[in-house]
Design a protein around this ligand. Sequence first.
Ligand code: CU
Length: 129
Amino acid sequence: MRIRYFVLYTCVAGALLAGIASTGDAAPQANEPRVVEVVVKRFAFEPATIEAFEGERLRVLVRSADGPHGFEIKRFKVSKEIPRGTEPVTIEFTASEAGTFPILCSLFCGDGHADMKGALVVVTRAAAN
Ligand SMILES: [Cu+2]
């Protein structure tokens, strides 16, 4: 008898969760931002490419592995200095447009500074299906 109730309860909980998930798809702005961790160092971003869905809210935690750098995505008005040290800098924004957008170091950091190139690749949900 107890087992039956348990099975029933799990089914109801599963249906509720599925309901919540489908509501989330309809309104991605209401969701918690997706966390992406990035390390900047001479002279690269790791990972070099961040992928996102159009309309997705991102929380990028950027940490320097050596000296000070910058983290800039012009299209989304993102521009932050990343100081030396282990504390990551938190940057939140919405990838509101599909396309490939350069990620640049906005702070001169040495000979290879101009070679620091990353990319934010934003795809529409339709394109991903
Ligand atoms: Cu730099």
